[in-house]
Write a protein that binds this ligand. Structure first.
Ligand SMILES: [Zn+2]
Ligand SMILES: [Zn+2]
Length: 321
């Protein structure tokens, strides 16, 4: 089979021939990979930003074929699975301190076949399209959890919400928010083109961050830079919630008087297995709109280059078989 390896940080990805993996330990499964999305996190892993190990097979947005389950979407934020782990036993594997995430710590889906440690990580998708379903595993799931975190603050009809960043994750979030809450939704971005897409997906107001006016019940920040966090803090209402997803590493002052009274600030990380099940149910019932661009698996390096240079519209998805 063909596998794509990241042999060391900053190296070109290598296409290599390997034996098809074999399930050895109890519970292990092997899937034939059909499609694997290329996420910005894959670039971070390729650059060594997350620390290794190397060599590693990247890829955590995987749809595969299982001999008994048929087409499956892979839950990739694998935890340590130990009974004494508080996060894993609570079903919060994506924040396990000893996580074994596929494509980040364990070998992932840039391969024609892939070994999976537990059958529970394989969610049947029936006849859903592999290439368009694959990005739900990270892009979709991350946006879905962030929206779920905000929903308890958006129970009042006509609540006001802001999405900062109208890229792939933000576009998912717009669709989730409009479907799951009675909300007046403002979308902030610096790109007029992305704001047009946001309006088409259901945003009520589109603007720049300095054009926000009044107070909002929830802000979801898919950028996470100093400037966007400051805009969120200035716009949030008392007892509102700011959910930070973006990885730009911004900081704002926090404390009594520094943010409105009883405002909740939280990060939101990827998603749980239960979140992914709920998202799949949602995707079956709603026509989610997101664009993909497919490339064959052996062009994984090209997909990375295109993503780095901003030339991918929507999500690049590698077709493995
Ligand atoms: Zn990802
Ligand atoms: Zn754990």
């Amino acid at each position: 089979m063909i596998t794509v390896l990241a042999s060391k940080p900053h190296a070109q990805l290598e296409v290599v021939e390997r034996d098809i993996p074999v399930a050895q330990l109890a519970g292990e499964e092997v899937i034939k990979v059909l499609a694997c999305g290329v996420c910005h996190s894959d670039l971070h892993v390729a650059d060594g930003d997350f620390g290794g190990p190397y060599p590693i097979v990247l890829g955590h947005e995987v749809v595969g074929e299982h001999p008994e389950l048929g087409r499956v979407l892979l839950y990739a934020p694998w935890g340590c699975g130990r009974a004494e782990c508080r996060q894993c036993s609570a079903g919060l594997e994506m924040i396990c301190p000893n996580g074994r995430e596929a494509g980040v710590v364990s070998d992932g889906g840039y391969s024609q076949y892939m070994k999976v440690p537990r059958r529970e990580y394989l969610l049947p998708i029936g006849d859903m399209d592999p290439a368009t379903t694959a990005p739900l595993a990270c892009g979709g799931l991350t946006a879905f959890r962030a929206v779920k975190r905000a929903l308890p603050h958006l129970l009042r009809p006509g609540s006001r919400a802001v999405v900062i960043g109208a890229g792939g994750l933000g576009q998912f979030a717009i669709q989730f928010l409009k479907a799951l809450a009675d909300v007046e939704l403002t979308v902030v971005d610096t790109s007029a083109e992305k704001l047009t897409v946001a309006a088409e997906l259901g945003a009520d107001v589109t603007c720049n961050s300095n054009e926000l006016h009044g107070k909002y019940d929830a802000v979801i920040d898919f950028v996470g830079a100093d400037a966007t966090l400051a805009a969120a803090a200035a716009a949030i209402d008392r007892q509102g919630i700011i959910v930070v997803v973006g990885l730009w590493g911004g900081r704002i002052p926090f404390g009594v008087g520094a943010v409105p009274s009883e405002t909740v600030l939280t990060t939101s990380i990827w998603g749980s297995l239960e979140d992914l099940r709920e998202l799949l149910d949602f995707a079956r019932g709603h026509k989610l709109q997101h664009s993909i661009q497919t490339l064959p698996l052996y062009q994984a390096q090209e997909a990375h280059d295109l993503l780095r240079s901003g030339k991918i519209k929507g999500r690049a998805v590698l077709i493995a078989n």
